[in-house]
Design a protein around this ligand. Structure first.
Ligand code: OGA
Ligand code: MN
Length: 295
C-alpha cells in the first residue's frame, strides 16, 4: 500500500499511516451525514487500511452512536453493567490505573481492563462477532496507554507455506473465558451466560468484503483447536501468539482527546499497553457493529 494521501473530495484527506495498517481521515465532519463520494472513499480506506483514525472534538454518547452507525448496525454489550444508561449500545470504559500494588496486578476502576492487554479481536465468543469497533477518547493519560493494532491479513500472508497448510481447515473453540487466558472476565448473570455459549470459528477466516484471508485469533477467548490433542493445540496457539506480536505487523496508536478510532475486527487484533502514570485518567466511549459468521 503506497504511503500517499488520497484526495477523494475537496475537503477529505485520507493519509495512510507509516505502518502496516491504519489511515488518518482529515477534513470530514463526523456529526453530519456523508455524501456518497466521501462514504465510498472512507469505506475503501476501511477495507484496505483496517484501522481509521478520525481526529476531532469530543462527542457525547448520542454523537458517537450516530457516527458508529456509518460502520454498520450497532449492537448492545453482552454485559449489562457495561452498558451506558439510555443507550445500551454505548459503553463507557474507564481504564484509569488506580494503583500499582507490589506483587499484585495493576488496579483499575474496572478490573477486567487488564484483559485488554492481551491480543484480541472483539466479541469472538459469539457466533456473529463484531465487525467494527469505534473507540472515542474522552480522557487520555499524559503519556502511555497506547492501543496497538496487528494486521492479521499481513500476518497470515507472511506465514510459511507449511504453516498455511497446517492451519488449513482448522477450527477452534472460543469461549467467554478459558484457562489459557491470563486474566478473568467480568462475571456473567445467568441471562448473559445463556446468551453466550462457546462457539467454533475457523483459525483462518476469509474477509467477507475483500476476500482476503486473515488469522482469526483471540488470546482471551481461544480455548483449543478442534480434533487435535490439546498439547498440539496449545503449541500452535502459542506459536501464533508470538507470530502476530512482531513489529512488522503492528501500528501503535497514541491517543489524543477527541480521537475516534474505528477498526475492522475481521482482519486485526488489538491490545492496550498499560504503561501510563497511576491516576492519569483514561476514559473512552465504545460502540461495536454487527459482523457476519466467520468462514
Ligand atoms: C476495546 C479495547 C482497547 C483500549 O474497546 O475493545 O480493547 O485501548 N480497548 O482501551
Ligand atoms: Mn477490545
Amino acid at each position: 500500500m503506497p504511503i500517499t494521501a488520497t484526495v477523494a473530495t475537496p475537503s477529505l484527506r485520507i493519509v495512510p499511516l507509516d505502518a502496516p495498517l491504519g489511515a488518518r481521515i482529515d477534513g470530514v465532519d463526523r456529526s453530519q451525514p456523508w455524501d456518497a463520494a466521501t462514504a465510498a472513499a472512507i469505506q475503501q480506506a476501511f477495507l484496505t487500511r483496517h484501522v481509521l483514525v478520525f481526529p476531532g472534538a469530543t462527542m457525547d454518547p448520542a454523537g458517537v452512536l450516530a457516527f458508529a452507525r456509518r460502520f454498520g448496525d450497532t449492537v448492545a454489550e453482552v454485559n449489562r453493567e457495561k452498558r451506558l444508561g439510555e443507550l445500551p449500545e454505548v459503553s463507557r470504559i474507564n481504564s484509569t490505573i488506580k494503583a500499582i500494588e507490589p506483587g499484585k496486578d495493576l488496579q483499575f476502576h474496572v478490573q477486567t481492563s487488564l484483559r485488554s492487554e492481551e491480543w484480541h479481536t472483539d466479541q469472538s465468543f459469539v457466533e456473529r462477532p463484531a465487525k467494527a469497533t469505534i473507540l472515542h477518547a474522552h480522557e487520555v493519560p499524559s503519556r502511555g496507554g497506547a492501543t496497538w493494532f496487528c494486521n492479521t491479513a499481513a500476518a497470515y500472508d507472511a506465514l510459511s507455506d507449511d504453516m498455511k497448510r497446517r492451519l488449513t481447515g482448522l477450527k477452534a473453540v472460543h469461549g467467554y473465558d478459558t484457562a489459557r487466558a491470563r486474566y478473568r472476565p467480568a462475571v456473567r448473570t445467568q441471562e448473559e451466560i445463556d446468551e453466550s455459549p462457546d462457539v467454533v470459528h475457523p483459525l483462518v477466516r476469509t474477509h467477507p468484503e475483500s476476500g482476503r484471508k486473515a488469522l482469526y485469533l483471540n488470546f482471551n477467548r481461544l480455548d483449543h483447536i478442534l480434533d487435535i490433542p490439546r498439547a498440539e493445540s496449545d503449541a500452535i496457539l502459542d506459536e501464533l501468539a508470538a507470530w502476530v506480536a512482531q513489529d512488522r505487523f503492528i501500528y501503535r496508536h497514541n491517543w489524543t482527546v477527541g480521537d475516534a478510532v474505528v477498526w475492522d475486527n475481521r482482519c486485526t487484533l488489538h491490545r492496550v499497553c498499560y504503561d501510563s502514570p497511576v491516576g492519569d485518567r483514561r476514559v473512552m466511549l465504545r460502540v461495536v457493529t454487527q459482523g457476519d459468521r466467520p468462514f
